[in-house]
Design a protein around this ligand. Structure first.
Ligand code: GFB
Length: 445
């Protein structure tokens, strides 16, 4: 690594192999001996060695749905797991779930600032990365001001050159950020959208053009030894360090759903679909770290279909079938499998579901309909997870083209050890005699 320090211009260039960083010296607090030859006395930065923990926070592009957000979590969890390393001084703050575009039920109470424990088994997540819920963080941190916020953004030419280059750079914001400098100029210099939490502010907010893997965020952290809390907004800009390797799957396996949701799904399977873990061969160790590779899983005696409607109907008209087209494909699958029971997970309005059923007379069509108490307790997000769990346990699964909701089901089925030909299937658009199969991402232990 070569380091050039131009004192007059206050610019540090750190250049090594294929990484280029351009940073103004007053933008970043330098680590003596690492990026410059300054002695520690000259560095106007305080390290937080007197605190037990430092924290990484993050947020995601607002329109992104639940299941893409799960993927972003895995990228950041892997980064913080590595960052925390041996001394365990870093924690990852789980961003509360704010109201997502798809969570449209008006009869379930508040759907914002929801903790992760509503959907996931947080103790299980903690076996992969040192995560903490936002409410616990706010108690531990004893402040509501985040030291440094970096809004990640793509380079303007990121996808034009075709040349892979890991780089990052503080640059003017391309889009209007969700934060504004406060007129009162207090210690919490910026207010704005912090997961809808009214009191949270930031000392400093800057845009960071970023092209590379999530682990590259480590450089930004190291350049800020004074910061006890660092937030990365638009964390989806950072890529997976490695997609589909052992660590990827460890992160994925750690994302076990909340026990209450697993229980409801298990009851539904047993009551309506004649499906139990014992009979289906889907018993798993209580602790995901004790899991080993499984193959040839049988699953419950039903076909499961994820029929994504709403925005997918007009967004992907060639790839998403009409209701009648979907029914014809479901019938063909059931006949081929010599089965009569199908479970449908869908975001379709009730009329569309009834229409689908009307084309499937002679077959047993199941759909999970929660009681109003269950809906209020587990919200739209929890009901969607129950649908996903039921789909994950079916003997055969058919998903929707390019839906991350379907992808997460496929991953769950890989963890459970289903033969891939029972998992990586999709509904074709009307008029497509054959259509491309979903990419097959096999689990790695
Ligand atoms: O999860 P998600 O990102 O998957 O968004 P996609 C779809 C959301 O719709 C889910 C609801 O999180 C659920 O809230 N939903 C979809 C369902 N299918 C079902 C279902 O079968 N049962 C239940 N209960 N709920 C993304 C969108 O959708 O696709 C983005 O999030 C964008 O906004 C992108 O449109 C193209 O990947 O299917």
């Amino acid at each position: 690594m070569a380091v050039h320090l131009f004192a007059g211009e206050c610019i540090v260039f750190a250049i090594w192999s294929y990484i280029i960083i351009t940073v103004k010296a007053d933008d970043f607090c330098q680590i003596p001996g690492e990026y410059s030859e300054q002695s520690s006395e000259n560095v106007d930065c305080q390290t937080y060695s007197n605190y037990r923990f430092r924290y990484i926070l993050y947020d995601v592009n607002p329109p992104e749905g639940f299941n893409l957000r799960r993927d972003v979590y895995m990228r950041i969890a892997r980064f913080v797991r590595k960052l925390s390393g041996e001394d365990g001084s870093w924690k990852l703050v789980l961003p509360p779930w704010t109201k997502l575009y798809h969570w449209q039920s008006a009869d379930v109470g508040k759907q914002s600032q929801l903790p992760w424990r509503l959907f996931f088994d947080v103790a299980s997540l903690q076996k992969f990365a040192p995560v903490v819920e936002m409410d616990e963080f706010l108690k531990e941190y004893d402040s509501t001001t985040i030291d440094e916020v970096f809004v990640l953004q793509h380079y303007k030419d990121a996808f034009k050159t075709g040349k892979w280059e890991e780089k990052y750079e503080i640059q003017p914001c391309v889009d209007e950020p969700r934060y504004r400098e406060r007129a009162d100029g207090g210690a919490g210099g910026f207010s704005g959208w912090f997961w809808g939490l009214p009191d949270v502010t930031a000392r400093r907010v800057r845009c960071l053009s970023f092209h590379g893997h999530a682990s590259q965020l480590q450089d930004t952290v190291q350049l800020h030894p004074h910061a006890r809390t660092i937030m990365f907004d638009h964390a989806e800009v950072a890529l997976h360090d490695a997609f589909g390797d052992r660590l990827y799957w460890m992160a994925r396996r750690s994302m076990r759903f909340a026990p209450a949701l697993r229980r409801i799904a298990a009851e539904f399977r047993e009551e309506h679909l004649n499906s139990t873990d014992e009979a289906d061969g889907t018993v798993r160790p209580d602790d995901w770290t004790a899991e080993t590779a499984v193959t040839g899983t049988k699953g419950g005696p039903y076909l499961a279909v994820h029929l994504r409607r709403k925005d997918f109907v007009w967004g992907r008209p060639k790839e998403v079938p009409s209701v009648i087209g979907a029914a014809a494909q479901i019938k063909a699958h059931l006949d081929k499998l010599e089965m009569c029971a199908v479970f449908i997970a869908t975001d379709a309005p009730e009329e569309e579901f009834e229409e689908l059923k009307s084309h499937l007379t002679g077959y047993k069509v199941f759909h999970y309909r929660p009681s109003s108490a269950v809906k209020k307790r587990h919200k739209d997000g929890g009901i969607a997870i129950i649908d996903q769990i039921i789909c994950s346990h079916a003997r055969f699964f058919v998903g929707t083209y390019e839906s991350t909701f379907s992808f997460r089901i496929q991953e769950e089925r890989e963890i459970l050890g289903f033969p891939p030909e029972t998992t990586f299937n999709r509904l074709c658009g009307d008029g497509q005699k054959t259509c491309s199969k979903p990419s097959v991402w096999r689990i790695v232990f």
